[in-house]
Design a protein around this ligand. Structure first.
Ligand SMILES: Cc1cc2nc3c(=O)[nH]c(=O)nc-3n(C[C@H](O)[C@H](O)[C@H](O)COP(=O)(O)OP(=O)(O)OC[C@H]3O[C@@H](n4cnc5c(N)ncnc54)[C@H](O)[C@@H]3O)c2cc1C
Length: 887
């Protein structure tokens, strides 16, 4: 007899299945809120829950000391003000029983239990293309046939199985923190082991040590931990909430973490040692994860140097508490930046290791060989035990999703296969090839990088709102496109460059589960930006989604929702919100003073060895210059630098952060020249000043601290940004044609090279990226009469290009000047000039200048500095000598 096809099996299963519009897997924070929303929206829904009651995380994790680590003021539902007034938390960090009571209270208040099938595990899920429905099989009762299938199965709900030989041989008791018995565990008088020192270990170890006869802690990786200072809810936080509840919650939704705390804006190098310590002590006293992770200094999360300053203070504290120096050192994290792994809030954790009944075993030095019938054997010792507690964490983010196996989508594809190389999603909510499947806090959602309740509410609202809109429009299927999903992966990778998470092996990256494909799974761009992106998807016609309906109705507006670098997106949004008048409407003087004021609000830039302000001889009189000298011993090669500003704006100080940064990274002197400006001094004043400045600097190189070669002149280089890039390019041509001085290399950043406005980049980026077509028109109008614009001193692309110094040309994707920069690079290369190009994806005209604001520009500046060093014949800088940034 022929076997039935998969489609036939699905059709047969669907016949006696429970029929609903929406099936939800899980009855934790997410599942409960989904039920409320779905019911209110008029959908029939069922939640399938493996546990015997609601609660999710808080149902399963009943180990001693289990609490939340986001303050309960914030770790609560916010969708119903009446619910908020009806519940009062008793502590700053509520215990597991209290949070479980809260979720039970919510289930009762909204009468949710009648739509939940408890003790029911979903086993498989299959998309039926013909019926446009999912069929879910379960281990208990009828299958479920649904139009929409929502996994609210939790990021941290699949405990990781132990990877140690011999677990089955142990004759004592074995417990998992994530599956703790409801009746509790009697530990008094027993010899107990805890394996693992993540959040659950750090919370449970002090409580277990109080009860056990002896506790042996087996630690592979020490975590950063600092005190929770638990107690009543802090009055200031409660007052902030109660002053204006709606506003407080809205601030949380727009914040980066889902907790409305101000982030530090000063950089570590702007603070003295004493000021830094004071901030650290304040955050320590607050006992707040978000405060410690964001309120020390602005560079603590994205820059290794700034991070190390925080990490050192935390390390110092461990040594101050733990009496035995060897134990203290073993507990001290040294293999990952602070915050790259989830730090823990502790209550007596470090002090516990001073107890006589507690031993720490450092698995880095003595790995576990096996678990035996009577205990644990390491390379160095045998520990006899009555109880082993595994606090070894979870198969995070994907574990509970792929535990439903197979999830079979379109064309019979299994989700586990599709994700074999790592999870791929669009917005962390959907997967291409799996229509009508949604995940709440799936991989690619802010999830565990946020106060989860805020993310959960946003996801559930977004999903249910979409289902309602589809119903309204007559669509019955929704599916992410491959292009949108690939774009989301790129955006995730771009965001991760702004953090240090990629530098640590953690459950965030799947590194805790053997064989799991590595990659950062939570979305690191922040809950506020994430929310605006989801909203943008909707406002741009469900961008990146394929919608279809029963009568052949189809809508697909394909594309990537975020093509800008994440910090560029924030900067441009901020500028748009300021609603600034166009620069060209202010007149030259007005625009100059505006730019000066604007620049005054920038971060100050990092210190260099020395800064000297003086004058040099220009083409027609003295010109101011600012010299940046590295802190390394001189003499140094000199870079003659020309600032941007459309030949009209700016001065020798206006690119100060860039010059400092490049001076530090390249180890070269930068001399920023204050050339004459239009309209007072039109073409060719700026170009001639550029060349005159080069000559003067060459002649005075020794006095300036420049390195000299055998001919008495050191490697001299030129660089410039925007109109300054134009002057730098022109200077190279003039130096070639007028007998020197020789130039070792040219760095052109987003240079103006030609006077026409007809290249595609001018059309694509005419508006919206700060440097507009209209502004460029205004600049050209001031600088150069139309008749002179084809002169190579104005449009160097039109000059002779052979024989120019080697060049590095950087262009930005969203810049009207992009194509003329690329054209110049290509034309030089065609003329035999060695040329390197950087085409910065997702950046705008000012990106590479906005040091410490657009951190994703740092990698571009690293490449520029390396190129300058190559041009000057200097060795590549050893890694440790490079100023560290989030490159
Ligand atoms: C100890 C601990 C402390 C935490 N503290 C915080 C904190 O302070 N702040 C914070 O933001 N987050 C915290 N978290 C993260 C926490 O998981 C979330 O805040 C939140 O509880 C997740 O809710 P959820 O509904 O998405 O998932 P969960 O609460 O994990 O619920 C998912 C449910 O789905 C069920 N399920 C899964 N698969 C199936 C299946 N195939 N069939 C049937 N049922 C299934 C599970 O049984 C589970 O009950 C903590 C996590 C842990 C483990």
């Amino acid at each position: 007899m022929p076997l039935p096809s998969a489609a036939q099996t699905v059709a047969a299963g669907a016949q006696d299945a429970q029929q609903v519009d929406v099936a939800v897997v899980g009855a934790g924070f997410a599942g409960l809120y989904l039920l409320i929303r779905l019911r209110r929206a008029g959908f029939t829904a069922v939640a399938l829950e493996a546990a015997d009651d609601v609660g999710g995380t808080w149902y399963w994790n009943r180990y001693p000391g289990a609490r939340c680590d986001i303050q309960t003021t914030d770790y609560s539902y916010t969708f119903d003000p009446e619910l908020e007034s009806a519940w009062r938390w008793s502590e700053k960090y509520a215990t597991q029983p209290e949070i479980l009571r809260y979720l039970g209270f919510v289930a009762d208040r909204y009468d949710l239990r009648r739509d939940i099938r408890f003790g029911t595990k979903v086993q498989t899920a299959t998309w039926d293309e013909a019926a446009q429905r999912w069929l879910l099989t379960t281990d208990n009762g009828k299958p479920v046939s649904c139009r929409y299938y929502i996994m609210a199965s939790g990021c941290l709900s699949a405990p990781k199985p132990p990877e140690i030989d011999g677990v089955g041989d142990f004759t004592g008791e074995i417990y998992f923190t994530g599956r703790w018995p409801h009746e509790g565990v009697e530990l008094a008088g027993k010899r107990v082991a805890v394996i693992g020192t993540g959040s659950s270990g750090v919370q449970s170890i002090p409580r277990i040590a109080e009860q056990a006869a002896h506790l042996t802690v087996f630690q592979r990786t020490p975590n950063f931990a600092f005190p929770a200072h638990n107690g009543p809810q802090p009055p200031d936080r409660v007052a902030a909430l109660e002053k204006d509840r709606a506003d407080y919650r809205q601030q949380a939704r727009l914040s980066l973490t889902g907790v409305p705390l101000e982030r530090a804006t000063e950089f570590s190098w702007q603070l003295s040692d004493a000021e830094r310590r004071q901030r650290f002590e304040k955050a320590l006293a607050a006992g707040d994860l978000v405060a410690m992770l964001s309120q020390l200094w602005a560079d603590q999360g994205g820059d290794l140097e700034g991070n190390a300053l925080a990490a050192d203070l935390l390390r110092e504290r461990i040594h101050a508490i733990v009496k035995d120096p060897e134990t203290a050192e073993a507990l001290t994290p040294r293999d990952h930046p602070f915050g790259s792994k989830r730090p823990c809030l502790e209550t007596d954790y470090y002090a516990t290791f001073n107890r006589p009944n507690v031993t720490l075993v450092n698995l880095r030095q003595e790995p576990i060989k096996r678990i035996t019938a009577s205990g644990i054997e390491t390379d160095r010792r045998i520990v006899d035990l009555d109880v082993i507690v595994f606090a070894t964490g979870f198969d995070a983010m994907t574990g509970a999703i792929t535990a439903v196996h197979p999830i079979t989508g379109r064309d019979g594809k299994s989700l586990s296969d599709v994700w074999a190389g790592g999870p791929r999603t669009y917005l962390g909510l959907t997967v291409a090839g799996f229509p009508n499947l949604f995940m709440i806090t799936g991989p690619g959602s802010p999830s565990v990088f946020s106060n989860m309740v805020v993310s959960i509410e946003q996801h559930a609202d977004w999903v249910v709102d979409r289902l309602m809109a589809m119903r309204e429009a007559g669509f019955t299927a929704i599916e992410a496109t491959e292009a949108a999903q690939a774009g989301w992966a790129r955006h995730m990778a771009d965001c991760s460059q702004l953090t240090l998470h990629r530098l640590a092996n953690t459950w965030y990256t799947g590194a805790n589960v053997p064989g799991k494909a590595p990659g950062l799974m939570p979305y690191p761009g922040g809950v506020g930006p994430y929310r605006t992106i989801c909203d943008e998807v909707v406002s741009r016609g469900m961008l990146g989604f394929n919608l279809s309906g029963p009568d052949g109705a189809v809508q697909c507006n394909d594309g990537e929702v975020v093509r800008l670098q994440p910090d560029v997106r924030l900067v441009l949004n901020m500028l748009a919100e300021l609603n600034l008048p166009p620069l060209e409407s202010l007149g030259a003087e007005g625009a100059r003073s505006f730019v000066k004021q604007f620049n005054a609000t920038r971060p100050a830039g990092r210190p260099v060895g020395e800064i000297v302000d003086a004058t040099l001889q220009g083409a027609d009189g003295p010109l101011p210059y600012r010299l940046y000298r590295p802190s390394t011993p001189g003499p140094h090669p000199i870079v003659v630098y020309f600032h941007g500003g459309g030949w009209v704006l700016g001065d020798e100080q206006s690119d100060d952060p860039f010059c400092r940064d490049m001076c530090r990274r390249s180890g070269m002197i930068f001399v920023s020249v204050g050339y004459r400006h239009a309209p007072e001094h039109c073409f060719p004043a700026a170009a001639e000043d550029g060349y005159a400045a080069l000559r003067w600097i060459a002649e005075n190189a020794a006095e300036l601290g420049g390195r000299l070669d055998a001919n008495g002149a050191g490697p001299l280089l030129v660089a410039g940004w925007s109109a300054g890039g134009n002057i730098a390019a022109v200077t190279c041509q003039l130096a070639r044609d007028r007998g020197g001085p020789p130039i070792a290399g040219q760095l052109l950043v987003c240079p103006v090279t030609d006077c026409t406005f007809d290249r595609p980049s001018y059309i694509e980026n005419a508006e919206g990226y700060f440097l507009t077509r209209s502004l460029m028109d205004w600049f050209w109008g001031h600088y150069c009469p139309a008749a002179d614009r084809t002169d190579p001193r104005a449009s160097p692309l039109r000059g002779k290009l052979a024989g120019l110094p080697p060049a590095f040309v950087a262009t930005c994707e969203f810049d009207p000047l992009r194509d003329e920069g690329i054209a110049y690079a290509e034309a030089m290369a065609a003329a035999g000039v060695p040329v390197e190009q950087l085409q910065a994806r997702g950046h705008f005209h000012s990106s590479l200048m906005m040091v410490d604001v657009v951190a994703t520009g740092a990698s571009g500046r690293v490449k520029m500095a390396e190129a300058l060093r190559r041009f000057a014949g200097m060795a590549e800088r050893p890694e440790e000598a490079m100023p560290k940034a989030a490159e």
